[in-house]
Design a protein around this ligand. Sequence first.
Ligand code: LMR
Length: 396
Amino acid sequence: MLEKLQMAPPDPILGLTEAFRNDPRPHKINLSVGVYQDAQGDTPVLGVVKEAEQRLLATETDKSYLSINGLPEYGRHVRELLFGADHEILGARRSVTAQTPGGTGALRVAADFIRQKLQCQRIWVSRPTWVNHTSIFEAAGLRVDTYPYLDAAGTGLDFDALLAALQAIPAGDAVCFHASCHNPTGIDPTLEQWCQIAEVLRDRQILPLVDFAYQGFADGVAEDRAGLLQLAGICPELLICSSFSKNFGLYGERVGALTLVARAEEPAQIGLSHLKVCIRTNYSNPPKHGGAIVETILSDPELHARWLVDVQAMRDRIAGMRQLFVDTLRNHGVTRDFSFITRQHGMFSFCGITPEQVDMLRNDHGIYIVRNGRINVAGMTPANMDRLCESIRAVL
Ligand code: LMR
């Protein structure tokens, strides 16, 4: 049977990392996959993560399976991170959380849940969105349609078109949003816009599925929940997929969470019972180590405070690279206005580079970016900036 198979295409993001590794050119630059690099181009393990691991090594007594929904206290810490410890959703016990293998695992469980348990047929994603969203949702059997997001200039949000599209979505469909640091554009709605979005979703009985992979990378860990809080304050039910790959630097440990918010405690518990069925028939129960690291850090006030400082350092470095990128492009004689890049959030920017220019950057200059023109700003360093900007000038 295997003889009938043709080679599958490489993954549009992770496939580039493989190609980058195999590229022998010494000055190659990888701005494809969303992995943070420091000013030296390294992705170090955070000090608080090392500290948490040492504590776990000293205290761990078994390697048993976790519960289907993960470590006992993990969910509470995730919900406090999402909503703040005093939020009504926590007090009313109307949310539940499952520890998942990364944000991708959370998205797949959410997709299985809404397709199999809620009998939802379709999900809407922004145009553009993270390329893997469509693949995950389709793999779960959902039909995927798109709503407009980027404006004609490619530098801002087309909010009127977005809202008009939401108003035409039938009740019972789901819509995927990015809580902050929209991937790939770096463009987020304002608070007022989140409020209008939430009112349409509530009035039309559309289920929001919120992908929250970059909490802390826009304005701060607490500040970045503002859009989610608008949604949660207006929509009675929602699903939130957290990733701790970026903000804890735990990429390879695969640690994330799926949180379900319901109108009250009982439907939340019923929802959890069904989430557990989706998990058990997929990967059975989550891996332990990454979740234990996150739980250890979030439950210890001193480690928690040090982690917030680490996230701030990553956020500040990326903001610095945004400014340096815009300045260096100008210094290299690029006349097109790229100042919008300093107003975007998170790791990524859309620079309006065409797929053909992306190919030239890779083939002629050893610079790897995703073919839709998404650039990982977190891969820029003072040392690679001149070569990067000169190469972009050449292909423009
Ligand atoms: C990205 O968008 O580059 C990251 O979320 C990594 C991935 O899995 O694609």
